[in-house]
Design a protein around this ligand. Structure first.
Ligand code: GTP
Ligand code: ZN
Length: 349
């Protein structure tokens, strides 16, 4: 009991008390003001063993990182990379200083996964991102269209725009792979870099990333690390934290890591890259397939005559008639159904 009470004490936020209660005992201002209304807003850059690296005073000359922990008042609510949070306490960013996250602001988008399709637990990988860069090598390793499809479903489900990043173009051209995605109209960039090109032109991909927050996913060996490092030359400095990067420069955490991209062209904001070291695949157990149709605005009106709770991949689906009547391209319906089916299939086939 005594223990619980003392914990409450530490939860009490001394920063909130601007006016001392008078001797006659008026109530402290914290009681009547909204809680923590002088908290600072931060962007969660990465998470490591319960410590949240947050960027505060963003885009000002006083921009800096602070390390924070969750507080009790958050309850069981999770804090994920990309979250905008309210932070109080020691905001100095000094070594050993620990601030406290007291609130998580509403999320604009949520990229989720389940470890595999049988896993009942969904995990949020990143919040508030705009774009999902699906990094795929054109060869070595061979492209895995099923995996790409699943990433597309995850992006559409999250309310994020997909971007196909096709690497190792020095080994093979993109034509046959792009045939699969032509009807979907997924934006793409083709790159060749790393050891294959001393003079790597990153401008085409930078144009897609400028001013937005992009999450990078990709299977092992596709060149994701090579690409992200090239995009963020001062990566080591950008992460800054010894607990994120070990002496050998490898991540000890599977948390996503947010990196600021250098400014590109006339964009006002430089944009952010979110690297996802541990994410190689997307379990789609949590995905509400009913949401995927929203990514197909040309087909969506055709679902008006569908049976209730139509999966859009069944004999009575009204989309067949809609397409036969010439309202939309049949290839679009084929692509939609391929995506809908990708949840039921293994990633590797
Ligand atoms: N030929 C060719 N090789 C590339 C290209 N980009 C990267 N590579 C090579 O591909 C290999 C894998 O690259 P990484 O960047 O480590 O791939 P990754 O996707 O981060 O893989 P993990 O480190 O396993 O997560 C390395 O040997 C790179 O040098 C490219 O455009 N062309
Ligand atoms: Zn239908």
């Amino acid at each position: 009991m005594a223990n619980a009470r003392s914990t409450r004490r530490t939860d009490y936020d001394e920063d909130d008390v601007r006016v001392r209660p008078s001797r006659r005992g008026s109530r402290p201002r914290t009681r009547i003001r909204p809680k923590h209304d002088d908290a600072e807003t931060g962007r969660v850059l990465t998470i490591d063993r319960g410590r949240y690296t947050c960027l505060v005073e963003e885009d000002t000359r006083r921009e800096h990182e602070v390390t924070a922990m969750k507080t009790r008042e958050l309850g069981r609510k999770g804090v994920v990379v990309g979250d905008r949070v309210a932070i109080v306490g020691d905001m100095s960013g000094d070594k050993g200083a620990l601030a406290r996250i007291v609130r998580v602001e509403d999320r604009r988008s949520v990229l989720r996964r389940t470890a595999d399709d049988d896993d009942p637990f969904e995990r949020i990988i990143v919040a508030n991102a705009d774009q999902l860069a699906i990094v795929t090598a054109l060869a070595d390793p061979e492209p895995r269209p099923r995996l790409i499809d699943r990433c597309l479903v995850a992006a559409y489900d999250a309310g994020m725009e997909p971007l196909l990043v096709l690497t190792k173009a020095d080994l093979r051209g993109p034509e046959s792979l792009l045939e699969l995605y032509g009807a979907l109209g997924v934006p793409y960039v083709v790159t060749r870099g790393g050891d294959a090109d001393d003079d790597w032109d990153l401008d085409p991909i930078r144009a897609h990333l400028a001013g937005r927050t992009t999450v990078f996913v990709g299977h092992s060996g596709v060149g994701k690390t090579t690409l992200v490092n090239a995009l963020v030359p001062d990566r080591q400095r950008a992460t800054g934290h010894v607990n994120v990067v070990t002496g050998r420069g490898r991540h000890t955490t599977t948390s996503a890591l947010t990196l600021r991209l250098p400014r590109f062209g006339n964009e006002r904001g430089s944009g952010w890259a979110v690297d996802t070291p541990g994410v190689r695949s997307f379990g789609l157990n949590h995905v509400d397939l009913g949401r995927i149709i929203h990514a197909f605005p040309d087909l969506e009106p055709g679902t008006a005559d569908c049976p209730r709770a139509c999966s859009h991949d069944e004999p009575d689906c009204a989309l067949d008639t809609w397409v036969e009547a010439g309202h939309a391209d049949p290839a679009r319906l084929t692509s939609l159904r391929r995506l809908l089916a990708s949840r039921e299939q293994a990633e590797d086939d």
